[in-house]
Design a protein around this ligand. Structure first.
Ligand code: SF4
Ligand code: SF4
Length: 300
């Protein structure tokens, strides 16, 4: 109820800002088809995700599927798997095992339909015996692992107290009951306040329309995660919620050949992550900021 009230209070501001974008885009689209304009106006008048009825959702998902077919010639299916009761996701990463091969980065790009010029995961190469993230090199080249180095992958920590969501003026980004921080990409106005607020550089702004090889598009998509995003919005890792809410592991974990990545329901005593929390000496990044990350690192 509180969310609804807040959303209503913010809606006029959001519609004003979004309206400017829509009008400009329509004006620039001289010569474009009436179908494209219809898509644009349908999207403009679309409600916030939390206020969409099941019927609204079906229409929105169908619009996205049609847009993708039109642009890429690919049939995709958009859904929105809900958070599961009694589930709170967390991630564990064994830094002793990570060898810096970056297969997780590539798998994430494919799974989440990312523009190939960036990744939700960055892997830092750091001097052994130090933990200075600022001096970590994310552009390392050559054979890995290198002598005297260790490798530290960073992605969204799905923080328990996320400064990013608090910074959003229109509640386009929020934390779900299973701990995953999501963005309504159709509600986002691209102001980038959330990006500035994130201390982990875990959010990416689309300065241009993402370019994805049509033959590599993942057709299994969800509204709040890997459906194809657009220019002018912020995007981020969602722990592959379209997979993990359906009982699978995130794509980055499946791609990792060293077993460095562990993921699961931290409330389940039989899960890997529960075991790690109980038996390993875990730490989080920038603990002093009190963001309470749900991404835990450890050494064997
Ligand atoms: S890592 Fe950044 S984007 Fe992810 S929840 Fe925390 S503050 Fe938000
Ligand atoms: S860029 Fe971030 S802060 Fe701005 S509207 Fe989008 S989600 Fe909210």
């Amino acid at each position: 109820m509180l969310v609804e009230k807040k959303l209503k209070a913010k809606v006029s501001r959001r519609q004003f800002l979004k309206g400017l974008v829509a009008v400009t885009a329509t004006a620039a689209a001289t010569g474009s088809s009436s179908t494209a304009k219809a898509f644009l106006w349908e999207e403009y008048f679309q409600k916030h995700y939390k206020n969409l009825s099941p019927e609204d959702k079906q229409k929105v998902f169908a619009r996205i599927e049609n847009e993708t077919k039109k642009k890429y010639g690919v049939d995709v299916k958009v859904s929105d798997p809900p958070p599961l009761k009694g589930v709170k996701f967390a991630y564990g990463l064994n830094l002793t095992k990570c060898n810096g091969n970056r297969l997780c980065v590539a798998a994430c790009q494919k799974e989440n339909n990312l523009d190939r010029s960036f990744g939700y995961i960055k892997v830092l190469e750091i001097d052994k015996g130090t933990m200075n993230l600022e001096k970590g090199n994310r552009y390392y080249e050559g054979t890995v692992p290198k002598e005297g180095k260790f490798y530290l992958p960073i992605q969204c920590n799905q923080c328990e107290q996320p400064p990013c969501t608090r910074a959003c003026p229109i509640e386009a980004t929020w934390k779900e009951p299973d701990g995953i921080v999501v963005v309504d990409y159709d509600w986002c106005i691209g102001c980038r306040y959330c990006q500035a607020a994130c201390p982990y550089e875990a959010r990416h702004f689309n300065f241009h329309t993402p370019e994805i090889p049509a033959e590599e598009i993942n057709p299994n998509q969800s509204y709040l995660s890997n459906r194809i995003r657009k220019r002018g919005v912020i995007e981020k890792c969602t722990f592959c919620l379209h997979r993990t809410r359906n009982g699978k592991f995130p794509a980055c974990l499946e791609a990792c050949p060293t077993g460095a990545r562990k993921f699961g329901n931290i409330l389940d005593p039989n899960s890997d992550i529960y075991y790690i929390m109980k038996h390993k000496n875990v730490f989080v990044l920038k603990e002093d900021l009190n963001t309470i990350p749900q991404f835990f690192y450890y050494f064997d």
